[in-house]
Design a protein around this ligand. Structure first.
Ligand code: UDP
Length: 386
């Protein structure tokens, strides 16, 4: 049972944002912290655990690779885990042929049957994008993608995948979404550009266990905030990483999300696809990617002759009963979120954050950085008060 008497800090949600705030409060301010999460585990969507049958560590909510160029974030997370030297590479299947992502010499040359050199790529792309809008004039994702790579590459590798992932035509999506996908003129096949990359050597489970291991932290999994909110003392600060619209009882309306479904299975082969993540670009194939988890840890030994896979299907989000994954950052939702953010800023003892609290698609490193910043702001505002 959670003991709320005299409690000064409650953290709602034990994902990256909440767990980092809790760790800082306990270690730096020596304060007691209660952390609750409605899941049976911490770590939010990054959570991974060992499949008991195969011994393979599986990411329950899609592959999560830690990548950052932020020194303070790398220094901070490295206190709680070492990372393997895994570098993420993604392949994509289009019309039954496999190509390397992101868009670079590997993909362009394989798709067009050419042998372009790096210095020839800009001219080639210029020819491909002639007559199209430039990147700065692009009003939506389709126009932006075409301005960057030309129509044939867009139609093969971006249109179908994006339409499946978002359930909308790319013409109706904001251009910013595509800026996550780099376009290169080299043979570099790394999916991410970040300086530091890897997966926690002992898994995300161990990482979160250590993050929450301070004796001043009490972690209660399986506890829903709305079952206990009436018991929270008035002067307790609530660090809230749940959905911000629900916190305010949807008073301005509901923020929209895109959801995902994951189908796990074991195959009786030692290697199914030869890589950790295979994307599927064709619109007619209903899934967007297949994850094969053993490739995240080639250094580990697992049961022979089997592999564990997960097929990822984007799905409609129908409110609270579905898990929210991607915020639909269009104008309506952006304006709605601003209203909630304003309402939250008027509350004295509530600090919202994290993916759900700030209605933002966040990489893990950004979330850690945001949590460190939120903690510093909290400390500064308390100093002002006393
Ligand atoms: N994308 C695409 N084709 C791909 C992979 C990504 O068009 O094969 C685009 C798509 O619009 C998607 C965005 O890039 O919404 C970001 O994709 P990413 O796979 O990086 O998303 P995440 O892994 O963060 O869910």
């Amino acid at each position: 049972m959670v003991d709320f008497s005299g409690l000064k800090n409650l953290v709602v949600g034990a994902g990256f944002w909440g767990a980092v705030i809790a760790e800082r409060l306990a270690s730096q301010l020596n304060e007691k912290v209660v952390v609750i999460d409605k899941n049976r585990h911490p770590g939010g969507a990054s959570w991974s655990e060992i499949d008991p049958e195969t011994g393979i560590e599986c990411h329950l909510y899609g592959s999560h690779i830690f990548h950052t160029s932020l020194e303070r974030v790398w220094d901070y997370v490295s206190k709680f885990t070492s990372f393997t030297n895994y570098r993420h590479r993604v392949l994509t299947t289009y019309r039954d042929r496999v190509y390397p992502l992101p868009v670079g010499l590997g993909l362009i040359n394989a798709f067009y049957g050419l042998n372009l050199k790096p210095c020839e790529v800009p001219d080639f792309i210029r020819r491909e994008t002639r007559g199209e809008k430039g990147p700065d004039d692009a009003a939506n994702l389709e126009e932006k993608a075409i301005s960057l790579v030309g129509r044939p590459l867009y139609e093969a590798f971006i249109r179908g995948y994006t339409k499946k992932q978002w359930g909308r035509d790319p013409k109706d999506l904001p251009a910013e979404i595509i800026s996550r996908l780099p376009v290169r003129t080299t043979w570099n096949l790394d999916y991410f550009d970040a300086i530091y990359q890897g997966v926690p050597a002992e898994g995300y489970g161990k990482f979160f266990e250590r993050l929450l291991s301070n004796p001043r932290i009490d972690f209660f999994p399986g506890v829903d905030f709305y079952d206990i909110d009436c018991k929270i003392p008035e002067d307790c600060t609530v660090f809230f990483s749940g959905a911000i619209d629900r916190f305010f009882d949807y008073r301005y309306g509901s923020l929209e999300w895109r959801s995902l479904c994951f189908e796990f299975r074991t195959e009786p082969v030692s290697d199914f696809q030869g890589t950790s993540v295979m994307n599927y670009a064709d619109e007619a194939i209903p899934w967007t990617r297949v994850h094969e988890f053993k490739h995240f840890h080639p250094e580990r030994e697992t049961k022979e002759g089997v592999t564990r896979l997960c097929t990822e299907y984007p799905s409609i989000w129908r409110g609270e009963k579905d898990s929210p994954y991607y915020p639909v950052n269009d104008r309506r939702n952006g304006e709605l979120f601003q209203k909630y953010a304003k309402a939250a800023s008027r509350l004295k003892n509530v600090v919202p954050g994290g993916r759900l609290g700030s209605y933002r698609y966040c990489d893990m490193d950004r979330t850690v950085d945001d949590a460190l910043a939120a903690f510093e702001k909290h400390v500064a505002s308390r100093r002002e008060r006393f």
